[in-house]
Design a protein around this ligand. Sequence first.
Ligand code: MLC
Length: 510
Amino acid sequence: MNLAKLLLEKQEHYANKPAIIYEGQPYSCKDLKDEVKNYSNLLNWLGIKKGDRVAIQLPKCMEFIFLHLAALSLGAVTLPLNPAYNQEEVKYFLEDSGSKILFVDHELVQPGRYNLENKSDLKVVVRGSNGAKGLVPLLKEARIHSSGNIYQYQTGPDDTALLCYTSGTTGRPKGAMITHRNLVTNTLALQEKWKWTDSDALLHVLPIFHIHGLCVALHGGLNAGSTVILHEKFDPQERLRAIEEMKVTMFMAVPTIYYRFLQAWRKLNSDLSSMRVFISGSAPMSKELFEEFQSATGFRILERYGMTETQMITSNPYEEERRLPGSVGYPLPGVQIRLVSESGNDVRPGEIGEVCIKGENVFKGYWQMPEKTRDSFFGEWFRSGDLGYQDEKDEMRLYLAGRSKELIISGGFNVYPKEVEEVLCQHESVQEAAVTGISDSEYGEKVAAAIVLKKYSCPVTSEEIIAFCKERLVNYKCPRKVIFLKALPRNAMGKVQKHLIKITGHNENY
Ligand code: MLC
Protein backbone atom coordinates (compact mmCIF):
# COMPACT_ATOMS: atom_id res chain seq x y z
CA MET A 1 0.00 0.00 0.00
CA ASN A 2 1.36 3.41 -0.92
CA LEU A 3 -0.43 6.75 -0.93
CA ALA A 4 1.64 8.21 -3.79
CA LYS A 5 0.80 5.14 -5.90
CA LEU A 6 -2.91 5.63 -5.23
CA LEU A 7 -2.79 9.32 -6.16
CA LEU A 8 -0.52 9.00 -9.19
CA GLU A 9 -2.37 6.03 -10.65
CA LYS A 10 -5.56 8.09 -10.47
CA GLN A 11 -3.85 10.73 -12.65
CA GLU A 12 -3.34 8.12 -15.40
CA HIS A 13 -7.06 8.25 -16.22
CA TYR A 14 -6.88 11.92 -17.10
CA ALA A 15 -3.68 12.81 -19.04
CA ASN A 16 -4.26 16.47 -19.96
CA LYS A 17 -6.85 17.44 -17.39
CA PRO A 18 -5.42 19.97 -14.90
CA ALA A 19 -4.68 18.13 -11.66
CA ILE A 20 -3.56 21.35 -9.99
CA ILE A 21 -3.81 25.00 -10.96
CA TYR A 22 -1.19 26.82 -8.91
CA GLU A 23 -1.62 30.62 -8.84
CA GLY A 24 -3.22 30.40 -12.30
CA GLN A 25 -0.66 28.02 -13.82
CA PRO A 26 -2.13 24.62 -14.76
CA TYR A 27 -0.28 21.33 -14.13
CA SER A 28 -1.88 18.47 -16.00
CA CYS A 29 -2.12 14.98 -14.54
CA LYS A 30 0.75 14.03 -16.86
CA ASP A 31 2.87 17.01 -15.69
CA LEU A 32 2.29 15.95 -12.11
CA LYS A 33 3.38 12.36 -12.76
CA ASP A 34 6.44 13.47 -14.77
CA GLU A 35 7.56 15.93 -12.11
CA VAL A 36 7.12 13.45 -9.28
CA LYS A 37 9.30 11.06 -11.28
CA ASN A 38 11.97 13.77 -11.69
CA TYR A 39 11.91 14.52 -8.00
CA SER A 40 12.06 10.87 -6.95
CA ASN A 41 15.02 10.53 -9.28
CA LEU A 42 16.64 13.46 -7.46
CA LEU A 43 15.97 12.00 -4.01
CA ASN A 44 17.25 8.62 -5.12
CA TRP A 45 20.42 10.20 -6.57
CA LEU A 46 20.95 12.11 -3.31
CA GLY A 47 20.92 8.79 -1.45
CA ILE A 48 17.43 8.90 0.09
CA LYS A 49 16.22 5.42 0.96
CA LYS A 50 13.09 3.83 2.35
CA GLY A 51 12.33 5.13 5.86
CA ASP A 52 14.59 8.22 5.60
CA ARG A 53 13.04 11.45 6.80
CA VAL A 54 12.80 14.19 4.18
CA ALA A 55 12.19 17.57 5.82
CA ILE A 56 10.41 20.16 3.68
CA GLN A 57 10.30 23.74 4.88
CA LEU A 58 8.99 25.50 1.82
CA PRO A 59 6.14 27.92 1.26
CA LYS A 60 3.03 26.50 -0.37
CA CYS A 61 4.44 25.75 -3.81
CA MET A 62 4.51 23.02 -6.47
CA GLU A 63 8.02 21.91 -5.46
CA PHE A 64 6.62 20.99 -2.04
CA ILE A 65 3.99 18.76 -3.63
CA PHE A 66 6.42 17.10 -6.08
CA LEU A 67 8.89 16.41 -3.26
CA HIS A 68 6.25 15.07 -0.92
CA LEU A 69 4.85 12.61 -3.46
CA ALA A 70 8.36 11.69 -4.61
CA ALA A 71 9.47 10.92 -1.05
CA LEU A 72 6.39 8.77 -0.49
CA SER A 73 6.88 6.91 -3.77
CA LEU A 74 10.38 5.92 -2.60
CA GLY A 75 9.07 4.78 0.77
CA ALA A 76 10.72 7.76 2.50
CA VAL A 77 8.90 9.87 5.10
CA THR A 78 7.81 13.49 4.58
CA LEU A 79 8.41 15.84 7.49
CA PRO A 80 6.47 19.03 6.65
CA LEU A 81 7.65 22.16 8.47
CA ASN A 82 5.93 25.53 8.84
CA PRO A 83 8.07 28.15 7.02
CA ALA A 84 7.45 30.47 9.98
CA TYR A 85 9.31 28.19 12.42
CA ASN A 86 12.46 29.85 13.71
CA GLN A 87 15.95 28.40 13.83
CA GLU A 88 15.66 26.88 17.31
CA GLU A 89 12.41 25.12 16.45
CA VAL A 90 13.72 23.80 13.14
CA LYS A 91 16.93 22.59 14.76
CA TYR A 92 14.90 20.54 17.22
CA PHE A 93 12.70 18.97 14.52
CA LEU A 94 15.68 18.08 12.34
CA GLU A 95 17.68 16.60 15.20
CA ASP A 96 14.81 14.75 16.82
CA SER A 97 13.69 13.22 13.54
CA GLY A 98 17.24 12.49 12.35
CA SER A 99 16.28 13.94 8.97
CA LYS A 100 18.65 13.08 6.12
CA ILE A 101 17.79 16.06 3.99
CA LEU A 102 16.15 19.46 4.29
CA PHE A 103 14.53 21.31 1.40
CA VAL A 104 14.34 24.94 2.35
CA ASP A 105 13.53 28.25 0.69
CA HIS A 106 16.47 30.57 -0.01
CA GLU A 107 14.79 33.31 2.03
CA LEU A 108 15.12 31.16 5.13
CA VAL A 109 18.82 30.46 4.74
CA GLN A 110 19.84 34.07 4.23
CA PRO A 111 22.86 34.84 6.45
CA GLY A 112 21.77 35.42 9.99
CA ARG A 113 18.57 33.38 9.79
CA TYR A 114 19.68 29.75 9.80
CA ASN A 115 22.99 28.28 10.63
CA LEU A 116 22.80 24.67 9.54
CA GLU A 117 26.39 24.52 8.26
CA ASN A 118 27.69 22.64 11.28
CA LYS A 119 25.26 19.77 10.71
CA SER A 120 27.51 17.77 8.42
CA ASP A 121 25.18 14.76 8.25
CA LEU A 122 22.28 16.85 6.95
CA LYS A 123 22.03 17.58 3.23
CA VAL A 124 20.46 20.97 2.54
CA VAL A 125 18.84 21.77 -0.79
CA VAL A 126 17.81 25.36 -1.40
CA ARG A 127 14.84 26.36 -3.53
CA GLY A 128 15.43 29.58 -5.44
CA SER A 129 19.22 29.33 -5.47
CA ASN A 130 21.46 28.64 -8.48
CA GLY A 131 24.43 27.62 -6.32
CA ALA A 132 25.76 24.15 -5.62
CA LYS A 133 22.87 23.47 -3.24
CA GLY A 134 20.22 24.91 -5.55
CA LEU A 135 17.18 22.75 -6.25
CA VAL A 136 17.07 23.40 -10.02
CA PRO A 137 20.80 22.73 -10.66
CA LEU A 138 20.57 19.54 -8.60
CA LEU A 139 17.53 18.34 -10.52
CA LYS A 140 19.50 18.80 -13.76
CA GLU A 141 22.52 16.96 -12.41
CA ALA A 142 20.40 14.11 -11.12
CA ARG A 143 18.85 13.71 -14.57
CA ILE A 144 22.31 13.40 -16.16
CA HIS A 145 23.89 11.07 -13.63
CA SER A 146 21.13 8.85 -12.35
CA SER A 147 20.36 5.43 -13.78
CA GLY A 148 16.64 6.21 -13.66
CA ASN A 149 16.15 2.82 -12.13
CA ILE A 150 14.09 3.79 -9.12
CA TYR A 151 12.79 1.37 -6.55
CA GLN A 152 9.21 2.56 -6.14
CA TYR A 153 6.15 1.99 -4.00
CA GLN A 154 7.74 -0.75 -1.89
CA THR A 155 5.86 0.10 1.28
CA GLY A 156 3.53 -1.87 3.50
CA PRO A 157 0.37 -0.38 5.02
CA ASP A 158 2.07 0.21 8.36
CA ASP A 159 5.14 1.98 7.00
CA THR A 160 5.33 5.62 8.02
CA ALA A 161 4.51 8.12 5.30
CA LEU A 162 4.38 11.37 7.27
CA LEU A 163 6.03 12.60 10.44
CA CYS A 164 3.98 15.52 11.77
CA TYR A 165 5.13 17.27 14.91
CA THR A 166 2.47 18.13 17.47
CA SER A 167 2.90 19.91 20.77
CA GLY A 168 1.47 18.61 24.00
CA THR A 169 0.85 19.50 27.61
CA THR A 170 4.37 18.45 28.60
CA GLY A 171 7.79 18.33 27.01
CA ARG A 172 8.96 19.06 23.48
CA PRO A 173 6.77 18.50 20.40
CA LYS A 174 6.27 14.86 19.41
CA GLY A 175 6.54 13.45 15.91
CA ALA A 176 3.29 11.63 15.06
CA MET A 177 4.03 8.72 12.72
CA ILE A 178 1.23 8.60 10.15
CA THR A 179 1.17 5.50 7.98
CA HIS A 180 0.22 4.82 4.38
CA ARG A 181 -2.79 2.88 5.69
CA ASN A 182 -3.95 5.91 7.73
CA LEU A 183 -3.70 8.20 4.72
CA VAL A 184 -5.18 5.87 2.11
CA THR A 185 -8.17 4.70 4.15
CA ASN A 186 -9.01 8.20 5.35
CA THR A 187 -8.82 9.68 1.87
CA LEU A 188 -11.13 6.99 0.50
CA ALA A 189 -13.57 7.45 3.40
CA LEU A 190 -13.79 11.21 2.76
CA GLN A 191 -14.26 10.65 -0.95
CA GLU A 192 -17.26 8.45 -0.22
CA LYS A 193 -18.79 10.64 2.50
CA TRP A 194 -18.41 13.95 0.67
CA LYS A 195 -19.35 12.49 -2.74
CA TRP A 196 -16.07 13.77 -4.13
CA THR A 197 -15.64 13.17 -7.88
CA ASP A 198 -13.57 14.10 -10.90
CA SER A 199 -16.12 16.81 -11.75
CA ASP A 200 -15.13 18.75 -8.66
CA ALA A 201 -12.93 21.84 -8.53
CA LEU A 202 -11.53 22.41 -5.03
CA LEU A 203 -10.41 25.88 -4.00
CA HIS A 204 -7.41 25.20 -1.75
CA VAL A 205 -6.37 28.09 0.52
CA LEU A 206 -4.88 26.28 3.54
CA PRO A 207 -1.23 25.77 4.43
CA ILE A 208 0.13 22.37 3.35
CA PHE A 209 2.43 21.78 6.31
CA HIS A 210 -0.51 20.46 8.37
CA ILE A 211 -2.85 17.55 7.75
CA HIS A 212 -5.88 19.71 6.95
CA GLY A 213 -4.33 21.33 3.88
CA LEU A 214 -2.07 18.41 2.96
CA CYS A 215 -4.07 15.25 3.66
CA VAL A 216 -7.72 16.23 3.72
CA ALA A 217 -7.65 18.79 0.92
CA LEU A 218 -4.69 18.00 -1.36
CA HIS A 219 -4.65 14.19 -1.13
CA GLY A 220 -8.43 14.18 -1.23
CA GLY A 221 -8.57 16.29 -4.37
CA LEU A 222 -5.93 14.25 -6.22
CA ASN A 223 -7.53 10.97 -5.18
CA ALA A 224 -10.92 12.03 -6.54
CA GLY A 225 -9.37 13.15 -9.83
CA SER A 226 -10.73 16.64 -9.28
CA THR A 227 -8.87 19.86 -10.07
CA VAL A 228 -7.17 21.47 -7.09
CA ILE A 229 -6.95 25.25 -7.41
CA LEU A 230 -4.07 26.21 -5.16
CA HIS A 231 -3.28 29.62 -3.78
CA GLU A 232 -0.41 30.39 -1.46
CA LYS A 233 -2.41 32.77 0.69
CA PHE A 234 -6.07 33.37 1.40
CA ASP A 235 -7.01 36.73 -0.10
CA PRO A 236 -10.81 36.75 0.44
CA GLN A 237 -11.81 39.10 -2.39
CA GLU A 238 -9.55 37.42 -4.98
CA ARG A 239 -10.70 33.95 -3.99
CA LEU A 240 -14.36 34.89 -4.17
CA ARG A 241 -13.82 35.99 -7.75
CA ALA A 242 -12.03 32.68 -8.43
CA ILE A 243 -15.09 30.73 -7.27
CA GLU A 244 -17.19 32.49 -9.86
CA GLU A 245 -14.64 32.41 -12.69
CA MET A 246 -13.37 28.86 -12.21
CA LYS A 247 -16.70 27.28 -11.30
CA VAL A 248 -15.40 26.03 -7.98
CA THR A 249 -17.49 23.30 -6.33
CA MET A 250 -15.69 22.64 -3.01
CA PHE A 251 -14.05 24.84 -0.39
CA MET A 252 -12.26 23.78 2.79
CA ALA A 253 -11.11 26.07 5.57
CA VAL A 254 -10.82 26.85 9.27
CA PRO A 255 -13.43 29.10 10.96
CA THR A 256 -11.11 32.16 10.85
CA ILE A 257 -11.06 31.91 7.07
CA TYR A 258 -14.87 31.55 6.96
CA TYR A 259 -15.12 34.68 9.10
CA ARG A 260 -13.03 36.63 6.55
CA PHE A 261 -14.83 34.95 3.62
CA LEU A 262 -18.18 36.13 4.93
CA GLN A 263 -17.00 39.73 5.46
CA ALA A 264 -15.67 39.85 1.89
CA TRP A 265 -18.75 38.16 0.44
CA ARG A 266 -21.03 40.72 2.05
CA LYS A 267 -19.19 43.43 0.12
CA LEU A 268 -18.87 41.60 -3.21
CA ASN A 269 -22.03 39.50 -3.26
CA SER A 270 -20.33 37.28 -5.85
CA ASP A 271 -21.92 34.27 -7.53
CA LEU A 272 -21.58 31.06 -5.49
CA SER A 273 -23.95 28.99 -7.62
CA SER A 274 -21.21 26.58 -8.77
CA MET A 275 -20.51 25.60 -5.14
CA ARG A 276 -21.49 22.14 -3.94
CA VAL A 277 -20.09 22.10 -0.41
CA PHE A 278 -18.27 24.29 2.15
CA ILE A 279 -16.34 22.23 4.70
CA SER A 280 -14.82 23.42 7.99
CA GLY A 281 -12.47 21.89 10.55
CA SER A 282 -9.36 22.26 12.76
CA ALA A 283 -11.21 24.49 15.24
CA PRO A 284 -14.79 24.61 16.51
CA MET A 285 -17.12 26.67 14.35
CA SER A 286 -19.35 28.90 16.45
CA LYS A 287 -23.11 28.61 16.07
CA GLU A 288 -23.19 32.36 15.23
CA LEU A 289 -20.77 32.00 12.33
CA PHE A 290 -22.56 28.88 11.03
CA GLU A 291 -25.90 30.70 11.10
CA GLU A 292 -24.62 33.99 9.71
CA PHE A 293 -22.96 32.14 6.84
CA GLN A 294 -26.16 30.30 6.09
CA SER A 295 -28.41 33.34 6.23
CA ALA A 296 -26.03 35.34 3.99
CA THR A 297 -25.02 32.73 1.40
CA GLY A 298 -27.71 30.06 1.76
CA PHE A 299 -25.10 27.33 2.45
CA ARG A 300 -24.94 25.22 5.59
CA ILE A 301 -21.25 24.61 6.32
CA LEU A 302 -20.34 20.95 6.74
CA GLU A 303 -18.24 20.63 9.91
CA ARG A 304 -15.98 17.66 10.43
CA TYR A 305 -13.68 16.62 13.26
CA GLY A 306 -10.13 15.30 13.17
CA MET A 307 -6.64 15.57 14.56
CA THR A 308 -3.10 14.88 13.43
CA GLU A 309 -2.84 11.54 15.23
CA THR A 310 -6.09 10.18 13.82
CA GLN A 311 -6.68 11.98 10.54
CA MET A 312 -10.43 12.65 10.15
CA ILE A 313 -12.68 11.02 12.74
CA THR A 314 -16.24 12.21 12.16
CA SER A 315 -18.16 14.31 9.69
CA ASN A 316 -21.58 15.85 9.46
CA PRO A 317 -23.70 14.17 6.79
CA TYR A 318 -23.42 15.40 3.24
CA GLU A 319 -27.17 16.06 3.09
CA GLU A 320 -27.53 19.79 3.88
CA GLU A 321 -30.49 19.54 6.21
CA ARG A 322 -28.54 17.03 8.35
CA ARG A 323 -25.65 19.47 9.00
CA LEU A 324 -26.10 20.91 12.48
CA PRO A 325 -24.21 23.77 14.15
CA GLY A 326 -22.16 22.57 17.12
CA SER A 327 -22.21 18.94 16.02
CA VAL A 328 -19.33 17.16 14.31
CA GLY A 329 -21.59 14.38 13.01
CA TYR A 330 -20.84 10.67 12.84
CA PRO A 331 -17.74 8.43 12.60
CA LEU A 332 -16.34 7.95 9.10
CA PRO A 333 -16.33 4.46 7.55
CA GLY A 334 -13.72 2.30 9.32
CA VAL A 335 -13.59 4.60 12.39
CA GLN A 336 -15.04 3.77 15.81
CA ILE A 337 -15.50 6.17 18.71
CA ARG A 338 -16.17 5.62 22.36
CA LEU A 339 -16.79 8.17 25.13
CA VAL A 340 -15.23 7.34 28.48
CA SER A 341 -15.22 8.82 31.97
CA GLU A 342 -12.06 9.72 33.89
CA SER A 343 -12.14 6.26 35.46
CA GLY A 344 -12.14 4.67 32.01
CA ASN A 345 -15.78 3.53 31.89
CA ASP A 346 -18.14 4.20 29.01
CA VAL A 347 -20.43 7.13 29.77
CA ARG A 348 -24.17 6.99 29.08
CA PRO A 349 -25.60 8.71 25.99
CA GLY A 350 -25.91 12.44 26.68
CA GLU A 351 -23.17 12.39 29.34
CA ILE A 352 -19.83 14.04 28.74
CA GLY A 353 -16.79 11.81 28.31
CA GLU A 354 -13.40 11.82 26.60
CA VAL A 355 -13.58 10.90 22.91
CA CYS A 356 -11.48 7.79 22.25
CA ILE A 357 -10.85 6.51 18.74
CA LYS A 358 -10.03 3.17 17.11
CA GLY A 359 -9.63 2.29 13.44
CA GLU A 360 -7.40 2.31 10.41
CA ASN A 361 -7.12 6.08 10.74
CA VAL A 362 -5.19 5.95 14.04
CA PHE A 363 -1.44 6.68 13.82
CA LYS A 364 1.16 4.16 14.93
CA GLY A 365 2.74 6.24 17.68
CA TYR A 366 5.11 9.07 18.48
CA TRP A 367 8.56 8.88 16.93
CA GLN A 368 11.00 7.45 19.47
CA MET A 369 8.66 8.14 22.39
CA PRO A 370 7.21 4.77 23.43
CA GLU A 371 6.09 6.05 26.82
CA LYS A 372 4.26 9.05 25.41
CA THR A 373 2.67 6.71 22.87
CA ARG A 374 1.52 4.34 25.63
CA ASP A 375 0.11 7.23 27.67
CA SER A 376 -1.93 8.44 24.72
CA PHE A 377 -3.81 5.15 24.40
CA PHE A 378 -6.44 3.61 26.56
CA GLY A 379 -6.05 -0.06 25.62
CA GLU A 380 -6.49 -0.05 21.86
CA TRP A 381 -8.25 3.30 21.91
CA PHE A 382 -6.49 6.58 21.21
CA ARG A 383 -7.34 9.25 23.76
CA SER A 384 -8.10 12.49 21.94
CA GLY A 385 -8.16 14.76 24.99
CA ASP A 386 -11.42 16.17 23.58
CA LEU A 387 -14.61 15.99 25.62
CA GLY A 388 -17.91 15.24 23.94
CA TYR A 389 -21.33 13.68 24.23
CA GLN A 390 -23.58 11.68 21.95
CA ASP A 391 -27.23 12.29 21.17
CA GLU A 392 -29.13 9.02 21.54
CA LYS A 393 -32.18 10.48 19.78
CA ASP A 394 -30.11 11.26 16.70
CA GLU A 395 -28.25 8.01 16.02
CA MET A 396 -25.52 8.87 18.55
CA ARG A 397 -24.51 12.06 16.78
CA LEU A 398 -21.33 13.51 18.33
CA TYR A 399 -21.05 16.96 19.90
CA LEU A 400 -17.77 18.32 21.26
CA ALA A 401 -17.79 19.97 24.67
CA GLY A 402 -14.28 21.24 25.47
CA ARG A 403 -10.97 19.62 26.35
CA SER A 404 -9.66 17.47 29.17
CA LYS A 405 -6.21 19.03 28.68
CA GLU A 406 -5.32 22.70 28.30
CA LEU A 407 -5.23 23.73 24.67
CA ILE A 408 -5.71 27.01 22.83
CA ILE A 409 -6.83 26.85 19.18
CA SER A 410 -5.96 30.08 17.39
CA GLY A 411 -7.02 30.39 13.76
CA GLY A 412 -6.90 26.58 13.46
CA PHE A 413 -3.40 26.23 14.97
CA ASN A 414 -2.99 24.35 18.27
CA VAL A 415 -1.08 26.05 21.07
CA TYR A 416 -0.31 24.34 24.36
CA PRO A 417 0.05 26.93 27.16
CA LYS A 418 2.89 24.98 28.80
CA GLU A 419 5.21 25.49 25.82
CA VAL A 420 4.63 29.26 25.87
CA GLU A 421 4.97 29.43 29.68
CA GLU A 422 8.35 27.69 29.47
CA VAL A 423 9.59 30.28 27.00
CA LEU A 424 8.28 33.17 29.11
CA CYS A 425 10.09 31.80 32.15
CA GLN A 426 13.38 31.90 30.22
CA HIS A 427 13.15 35.72 30.34
CA GLU A 428 15.52 37.03 32.99
CA SER A 429 12.85 39.16 34.67
CA VAL A 430 10.05 36.59 34.74
CA GLN A 431 9.38 34.67 37.94
CA GLU A 432 6.37 32.74 36.66
CA ALA A 433 3.78 32.86 33.92
CA ALA A 434 0.30 31.57 33.15
CA VAL A 435 -0.83 31.36 29.55
CA THR A 436 -4.45 31.17 28.55
CA GLY A 437 -6.73 31.69 25.54
CA ILE A 438 -8.89 34.79 25.24
CA SER A 439 -11.84 34.59 22.94
CA ASP A 440 -11.65 36.44 19.66
CA SER A 441 -14.35 36.73 17.02
CA GLU A 442 -11.89 36.29 14.12
CA TYR A 443 -9.31 33.80 15.44
CA GLY A 444 -11.61 31.92 17.83
CA GLU A 445 -8.99 32.32 20.53
CA LYS A 446 -5.80 34.31 20.94
CA VAL A 447 -2.87 33.56 23.20
CA ALA A 448 -2.56 35.77 26.31
CA ALA A 449 -0.17 35.68 29.25
CA ALA A 450 -0.21 36.76 32.89
CA ILE A 451 3.26 37.32 34.27
CA VAL A 452 4.78 37.70 37.73
CA LEU A 453 8.15 39.45 37.69
CA LYS A 454 11.10 38.60 39.89
CA LYS A 455 11.32 40.74 43.00
CA TYR A 456 14.33 42.85 42.06
CA SER A 457 14.04 42.64 38.28
CA CYS A 458 14.43 45.61 35.93
CA PRO A 459 11.18 47.10 34.64
CA VAL A 460 9.98 45.39 31.51
CA THR A 461 7.15 46.15 29.08
CA SER A 462 4.63 43.79 27.54
CA GLU A 463 6.05 44.68 24.10
CA GLU A 464 9.47 43.48 25.26
CA ILE A 465 7.97 40.24 26.51
CA ILE A 466 6.17 39.68 23.21
CA ALA A 467 9.34 40.46 21.22
CA PHE A 468 11.24 37.96 23.40
CA CYS A 469 8.67 35.27 22.55
CA LYS A 470 8.78 36.10 18.84
CA GLU A 471 12.49 35.26 18.78
CA ARG A 472 11.82 31.83 20.23
CA LEU A 473 8.37 30.76 19.07
CA VAL A 474 6.49 30.60 15.79
CA ASN A 475 4.22 33.67 15.42
CA TYR A 476 0.85 32.12 16.25
CA LYS A 477 2.14 30.81 19.63
CA CYS A 478 3.29 34.26 20.80
CA PRO A 479 1.05 36.07 23.29
CA ARG A 480 -0.96 38.90 21.76
CA LYS A 481 -1.69 40.32 25.21
CA VAL A 482 0.41 40.37 28.37
CA ILE A 483 -0.61 41.49 31.83
CA PHE A 484 1.51 41.73 34.95
CA LEU A 485 0.30 40.37 38.30
CA LYS A 486 1.78 40.46 41.82
CA ALA A 487 1.05 36.73 42.18
CA LEU A 488 -0.77 34.03 40.23
CA PRO A 489 -4.04 32.88 41.83
CA ARG A 490 -3.58 29.38 43.25
CA ASN A 491 -5.79 26.89 45.08
CA ALA A 492 -4.96 25.22 48.38
CA MET A 493 -2.92 22.58 46.54
CA GLY A 494 -0.83 25.30 44.88
CA LYS A 495 -2.34 24.74 41.41
CA VAL A 496 -2.69 27.89 39.31
CA GLN A 497 -6.34 28.85 38.85
CA LYS A 498 -6.29 30.15 35.30
CA HIS A 499 -10.04 30.70 35.20
CA LEU A 500 -9.57 33.44 37.83
CA ILE A 501 -7.14 35.37 35.62
CA LYS A 502 -9.03 37.94 33.60
CA ILE A 503 -7.13 39.20 30.59
CA THR A 504 -8.98 41.78 28.55
CA GLY A 505 -8.23 45.06 26.79
CA HIS A 506 -4.78 46.24 25.82
CA ASN A 507 -1.35 45.10 26.94
CA GLU A 508 -0.51 46.46 30.33
CA ASN A 509 2.98 47.67 30.98
CA TYR A 510 4.70 47.19 34.27
C1 MLC B 1 -1.46 34.30 11.73
N1 MLC B 1 -1.33 35.02 12.86
C2 MLC B 1 -1.92 34.39 13.85
C3 MLC B 1 -2.41 33.20 13.28
N2 MLC B 1 -2.12 33.17 11.97
N3 MLC B 1 -2.07 34.70 15.13
C4 MLC B 1 -2.73 33.86 15.89
N4 MLC B 1 -3.25 32.70 15.42
C5 MLC B 1 -3.11 32.35 14.12
N5 MLC B 1 -3.61 31.23 13.65
C6 MLC B 1 -0.74 36.33 13.02
C7 MLC B 1 0.62 36.43 12.45
O1 MLC B 1 1.54 36.05 13.42
C8 MLC B 1 0.71 37.89 12.11
O2 MLC B 1 0.99 38.60 13.29
C9 MLC B 1 -0.70 38.26 11.69
O3 MLC B 1 -1.52 37.25 12.29
C10 MLC B 1 -0.93 38.22 10.21
O4 MLC B 1 -0.27 37.11 9.69
P1 MLC B 1 -0.58 36.48 8.28
O5 MLC B 1 0.57 35.73 7.84
O6 MLC B 1 -1.12 37.52 7.39
O7 MLC B 1 -1.61 35.41 8.67
P2 MLC B 1 -3.10 35.39 8.46
O8 MLC B 1 -3.46 35.53 7.05
O9 MLC B 1 -3.74 36.35 9.39
O10 MLC B 1 -3.44 33.91 8.89
C11 MLC B 1 -4.68 33.55 9.36
C12 MLC B 1 -5.01 32.16 8.85
C13 MLC B 1 -3.89 31.22 9.29
C14 MLC B 1 -6.33 31.75 9.44
C15 MLC B 1 -5.11 32.17 7.31
O11 MLC B 1 -3.78 31.25 10.68
C16 MLC B 1 -4.09 29.81 8.81
O12 MLC B 1 -3.71 29.49 7.69
N6 MLC B 1 -4.70 28.96 9.64
C17 MLC B 1 -4.95 27.56 9.25
C18 MLC B 1 -4.34 26.64 10.22
C19 MLC B 1 -4.42 25.17 9.77
O13 MLC B 1 -4.34 24.86 8.59
N7 MLC B 1 -4.61 24.28 10.74
C20 MLC B 1 -4.72 22.88 10.44
C21 MLC B 1 -4.06 22.08 11.53
S1 MLC B 1 -4.42 20.38 11.30
P3 MLC B 1 1.98 39.83 13.36
O14 MLC B 1 2.19 40.04 14.82
O15 MLC B 1 3.19 39.41 12.60
O16 MLC B 1 1.21 40.94 12.71
C22 MLC B 1 -5.60 20.04 12.43
C23 MLC B 1 -6.32 18.76 12.26
C24 MLC B 1 -7.64 18.98 11.64
O17 MLC B 1 -5.91 20.84 13.25
O18 MLC B 1 -8.62 18.39 12.06
O19 MLC B 1 -7.70 19.74 10.68
